[in-house]
Design a protein around this ligand. Structure first.
Ligand code: HEM
Length: 392
């Protein structure tokens, strides 16, 4: 809970701090990586630094946390904290990292705000930072303690590589040592460390898709302009060993036996495959409306598996939208105008941000309460930080 001294100071300064975040964050990262270049080897993503998404996400979440504390004096934004803690734990963030981020973030804030960074202002934002850091550290400790082992990364050998759509490769990984494997919950991801041509390791998260018992299987869609996916597509070979994390992620299949809507676009199909596999194993009788949008039928990743899992569920139905006319049930982007959402449905979305915003609005327009719409963003979350409607 925010102290009585800090509350009015945060109220007065949150506007200016939020406005200055785009200017503070590049300076924060510049100074941190100058002092600690090792953090760019295996922990932070260079690509996210370059395109600025992660920069905005980290500092933006502190402003969001502060505004939450102002409007909810009794509680914490659990959803935000949980998402960040899972991501951190998948990367091996430790309590001793927090003072490093603090030092460079607050150095950047002081430089940016100049005279406006009075001792009272700095003390109040310090309090916000440490409230958030302590909450994250506590959740992260619990996540680490819940694993079947005490390592962040374990070696896994590439057991198989298969084409799974015209731009996607499915990679099956089997343990390369005796580290016990934590069972994954459907919808979770692992961080994979990818060694770049310059020798630096770059972490990327991939949702686990159904695969042989005792393995981890991921589906990697090629981003030709990206840094890591071309290496996984072209350079990594069967027999190679990669370091991968325990499974993390808190977007799960909604419990119960009511109707479900699983709507995905592109590589956002991956958590849906895990959910459908879980439903098949449970011999679920739930009504499941499976909606998928893609560029073309050829690009649709793991299409056969997707169709097979739907076919195995007695009350599931699949409807598709393809940008290439004639290749799906509908042409173009997903449009739910003509697709009735079952009453009482729980909805899970995964895909690019504009897709999720459009589909979320469409299901809410059909009467689904905002709290029954869950989503998984592949990449830093730029939405939760701005989406006031999530509380409805
Ligand atoms: C990612 C917040 C401290 C390393 C993130 C994300 C947020 C965040 C919001 C994006 C999550 C997502 O949606 O994917 C915070 C806050 C912190 C904090 C509020 C302090 C109170 C740290 C520390 C480290 C760290 C101490 C380690 C030095 C990372 C890394 C990522 C990340 C490596 C993944 C992003 C990437 O490279 O793309 N953090 N973080 N964070 N954070 Fe933190």
């Amino acid at each position: 809970m925010l102290s009585d001294q800090s509350r009015p100071v945060i109220e007065q300064t949150i506007g200016v701090v939020a406005e200055r975040i785009p200017f503070i964050t590049p300076e924060f990262y510049r100074s941190m990586f100058e002092a600690r270049p090792d953090l760019l080897d295996g922990l932070f993503s260079r690509a996210n630094q370059r395109n600025g998404t992660q920069a905005q996400a980290l500092a933006g979440s502190i402003a969001m946390f502060a505004s939450w504390l102002l409007s909810h004096p009794e509680g914490y934004p659990e959803e935000l904290l949980s998402r960040v803690a899972h991501k951190h734990a998948s990367l091996g963030v430790l309590p001793e990292h927090y003072p490093v981020v603090h030092e460079h973030l607050f150095g950047a804030i002081a430089r940016d705000l100049g005279d406006a960074a009075t001792p009272e202002v700095v003390a109040a934002w310090d309090e916000v930072y440490w409230l958030m850091a302590d909450a994250l550290i506590r959740i992260e400790e619990g996540l680490y303690a819940g694993q079947a082992n005490t390592v962040v990364f374990a070696p896994f050998r590439v057991a198989a590589k298969e084409r799974a759509g015209s731009t996607t490769t499915a990679i099956t990984l089997e343990p390369a040592d005796g580290t016990p494997m934590t069972p994954a919950v459907a919808g979770q991801y692992v961080t994979v460390e990818v060694r770049m041509p310059d020798g630096v390791e770059q972490p990327r998260q991939f949702t686990l898709v159904p695969g042989p018992e005792g393995t981890r299987r991921i589906a990697v869609r090629l981003d030709a302009r990206g840094e890591a996916t071309p290496v996984l597509h072209h350079d990594v070979q069967v027999g190679d060993v990669l370091r991968i994390s325990n499974p993390y992620g808190d977007v799960m299949l909604p419990d119960g036996d009511g109707p479900l809507v699983l709507a995905s676009a592109g590589i956002g199909v991956t958590p849906m495959l895990a959910f459908l596999d879980r439903l098949v194993r449970q011999e679920s009788q739930r009504q499941v409306l499976v909606l998928h949008a893609d560029r073309s039928a050829e690009e649709w990743a793991l299409r056969e598996l997707h169709e097979m899992l739907v076919a195995e569920l007695p009350h599931a139905r699949l409807e598709t939208w393809m940008e290439i006319p004639g290749e799906g049930d509908h042409d173009g982007f997903m449009d739910l105008g003509a697709v009735p959402i079952p009453a009482g449905a729980q909805v899970v979305l995964c895909g690019p941000l504009p897709f999720m915003q459009a589909v979320r609005s469409a299901v809410i327009a059909q009467g689904v309460p905002g709290r029954d719409v869950a989503y998984e963003i592949l990449g830093p979350d730029q939405w939760m930080l701005h989406d006031e409607a999530r509380e409805t």
